[in-house]
Design a protein around this ligand. Sequence first.
Ligand code: SF4
Ligand code: SF4
Length: 338
Amino acid sequence: MKDALLWEKKGEKVHCLLCAHSCVIPEGGVGFCACRLNENGKLKTLTYGKSTGFALDPIEKKPFYHFHPGSAVLSFGTPGCNFRCLGCQNWHLSQSPRESKRAFDIPDTMPVEIAKMAVREKADGIAYTYSEPTIFFEYARDTILETKKLDKKKFHVFVSNGFFSEGMWKLSMKEKLIDAIRIDLKSFSDKFYREYCGARLEPVLDSIKRVKKSKIPLELITLLVPGKNDSAEEIRAISDFVASLDKNIPLHFIRFFPQYKAGDLGATPTESLFKAKEIARGEGLRYVYVGNLGGEDDTFCPKCGTKVIERAGFSVAQNALRNGACPSCGAKIAGVWA
Ligand code: SF4
Ligand code: SF4
C-alpha cells in the first residue's frame, strides 16, 4: 500500500480529491471505487504496483486515430474503476475490488520495471488503460516519471472515462505527465450516467472542456448501447457539444456487445453506427469514425475527400499524409502525425 496523492483530512475522516465522486471516507473504509483506503487517518492507494498484465498494442486499438498512427503502446491497467457500467467489457477487472477482498492479491510490478519493459519492448509509448487510470493515478504518475528518466521521447496516453478531478488534471499538466487522452463521452444524459454507470454527466463534460483548454490531444468515443443512448436527439446533442469545442476533435461511435449486467441487450445494429456518423458529420464534425465492426474506419481529408489513412483492423495499411497534410489538396489534417 502506498500513500495516496490528492486528499485532505476532514476530522476523523479523509476527503479524496482524485475524482468527481469526492468521497469522504471514514477510518478503515474505502471510497466508491474500493481502491482507496483510510488507514489511521491517512489515504492509501491499493492499486499501486498492481498491474494485471501487459500487452504491446497498436495505438489504433485504444482507439487513437490522430496521434502517432501505427505506433505501438505498452498497455496496462489495475483492478478497479470509479464507474459501475452495467455493460463493462472489462468487468472482471474493473469491478473486482468491490466483489472480492483478494482483488489486489497479485504480485507487484513497480514503475521502474514497467519503464524498463517499455524500453526493452521498443514501445513508442505507454497507454494507461483497461480499467480507469484515475484510480491508479499514483502508479501511472511514477511510471511516467521513471520512463522519462530512461527515454523522454516515449509518450504517455490515458484512456479514461473523464471523471477525474480538476486537481488531478492540474497536477498532470504541471508535471507534463499526459501527452494525449481518449475520453468516453458515454451519453449526453445525466440519467444514463447515474443509472448505467453510477456516475454523473457534468464532471465528464467539465473534464473534456478542461482538456481542450489545455491543448492536450483529445479523442472521444461513444459506445452506442441500443435503446439507451442511441437516439438521433442524443447523438445530435453529443455532436453539438463536441462541435462547440472544436470540429477537429475525432469522435468514434463504437459498437456495443452485450456483457455483464447488460447481457439482455442486443449488439448495436450496424445501421445505428452509420446513422450516428451521418448525424455527427451533419453537425460539422470533421473526423467521425465507427468502430468495433471488424474492418475499422479510414480517415478522409475533410476538404477534398481524399483517403489519407487507410486502416485494416487496428493496423495502418496506408498513410498518405504529407507532413500532416492531404497529398491532394494540401489541407492540414488535425492531429499529431510525426
Ligand atoms: S478515486 Fe474517486 S471514487 Fe475513489 S475514493 Fe477517490 S473520490 Fe472516491
Ligand atoms: S468506465 Fe470503463 S472500465 Fe469503468 S466500469 Fe465503465 S466500461 Fe468498465
